[in-house]
Design a protein around this ligand. Structure first.
Ligand code: PSU
Ligand code: MN
Length: 302
C-alpha cells in the first residue's frame, strides 16, 4: 500500500488471521504529558498483548502511515512531541503530513482511516471526540469517520468536556450502535455515569463480537462504539470534575483557543485543576480499554 508501512509482525498476524488491536497516537502526542505519554504507550501495548492480541500503534512517521510501531519509533514520537511538537493528524491532515514528510499522532478519526485500510477490526482508545460545549459547529471528525469505518472502537465514552447529549444524537444520526459494556449508561470518560442511555448493552466480549458481525453482515459500513466505564478505583465522581471542566472551558474561551487546540488544552487544564486525579483516571481507563479490546479482537478472529 502506497503511503503505508505495515510492520512485519502486524502483516504476519493479519495473514494468519490472528487478533490485532489498533491503538491511536494523538493520546501520545497531544493527550498526555511526557513521560507519562511514552510510559502509557508502552503499557497499552503490553495490556493488549496480555489480553492475547497483537498491538498495532498507528502514527505518521517521516511521511509514512505506520501500522505497528517499533519501540524506538514510539519513543521518537513522544520525544519529538515534547521537544518540537508534531501534527495532530485527523482525516484532513494525512495528505499534508505525508507530502511534507512529517511525524504526527493520529486521532480517533485518523486511526480509523488507517486501521480500516490495513484490515484491522478492533481499535482501543481513551475517549472519542464529539460535539463541543458552547461551540455547536465544533464537531470532531471522529463522529463522521465512525460513520464510515467498520471497526469496533473501545472507549470510555466521550470526554465530559464535550456536549454528551448532542454527541449521542450525532452518533445516532450517523448510524453508529453505542454499546454499553456491562452498563446501560453512556460513560463520561472520567466518570462512570452520565445519566444518558446507550443504544444497547453487552455483557461479554462474545456478545460484542456478535453485534459487530451482524451489523457488518447486514452491509452496514459504520463503526460499533463499545463504551466501557472507567475502572471503579480510578473513576472520579461526576460532580467532582464538573467544576474543573467549567473553569477550563471559561479559560479556553477567554484565551481564544479554537479548533484542534481545544481538546489538548482542556485535558491538560482539567488535569492541573484536579491535581492529577483526572490524569490518573485517564491512564487507568486507557489500559482497561486495551485489555477489553484484546478480548473482543480474539472473539472476532475466532
Ligand atoms: N482521548 C484521550 N486523549 C486524547 C484524545 C482522546 O484520552 O488526546 C484525542 C483523540 O485522538 C481524539 C481527539 O480523536 O482527542 C479529538 O480531537 P478533536 O476534538 O480535535 O477532533
Ligand atoms: Mn474540534
Amino acid at each position: 500500500m502506497t503511503y503505508y508501512k505495515i510492520s512485519s509482525l502486524v502483516a504476519q498476524a493479519l495473514q494468519a488471521k490472528q487478533p490485532v488491536v489498533a491503538l491511536e497516537s494523538t493520546v501520545i502526542t497531544h493527550g498526555l504529558p511526557f513521560p507519562q505519554n511514552l510510559e502509557l504507550a508502552r503499557n497499552m501495548e503490553a495490556e493488549v498483548r496480555a489480553g492475547g492480541s497483537l498491538p498495532a500503534t498507528i502514527a505518521v512517521i517521516d511521511g509514512l502511515i505506520h501500522v505497528g510501531l517499533e519501540d524506538d519509533e514510539l519513543e521518537r514520537l513522544a520525544v519529538q512531541a515534547r521537544d518540537v511538537g508534531v501534527r495532530k493528524v485527523s482525516v484532513r491532515d494525512f495528505g499534508p503530513a505525508i507530502a511534507l514528510g512529517e511525524c504526527g499522532g493520529t486521532t480517533v478519526a485518523g486511526t480509523l482511516v488507517a486501521a480500516e485500510a490495513a484490515g484491522l477490526r478492533v481499535f482501543a482508545t481513551g475517549g472519542i471526540g464529539g460535539v463541543h460545549q458552547g461551540a455547536p459547529f465544533d464537531v470532531s471528525a471522529d463522529l463522521q469517520q465512525l460513520a464510515r469505518s467498520p471497526v469496533v472502537v473501545v472507549c470510555a465514552g466521550a470526554k465530559a468536556i464535550l456536549d454528551l447529549p448532542a454527541t449521542l444524537e450525532v452518533l445516532e444520526t450517523m448510524g453508529v450502535p453505542v454499546v454499553g459494556y456491562q452498563t446501560d449508561e453512556f460513560p463520561a470518560f472520567y466518570s462512570r455515569s452520565s445519566g444518558l442511555p446507550v443504544s444497547v448493552r453487552a455483557d461479554t466480549p462474545g456478545q460484542v463480537a456478535a453485534i459487530a458481525r451482524a451489523h457488518w453482515g447486514l452491509g452496514m459500513r459504520s463503526a460499533v462504539l463499545l463504551t466501557v466505564p472507567p475502572p471503579e478505583d480510578a473513576a472520579l465522581p461526576a460532580d467532582a470534575v464538573q467544576g474543573a471542566i467549567q473553569q477550563a472551558l471559561t479559560e479556553a474561551a477567554a484565551q481564544g483557543i479554537h479548533g484542534q487546540k481545544v481538546t489538548p488544552f482542556m485535558l491538560g487544564r482539567v488535569s492541573e485543576l484536579t491535581h492529577g486525579d483526572s490524569l490518573k483516571a485517564n491512564l487507568a481507563l486507557l489500559l482497561n480499554n486495551g485489555r477489553l479490546a484484546a478480548a473482543v479482537a480474539r472473539e472476532l478472529a475466532g
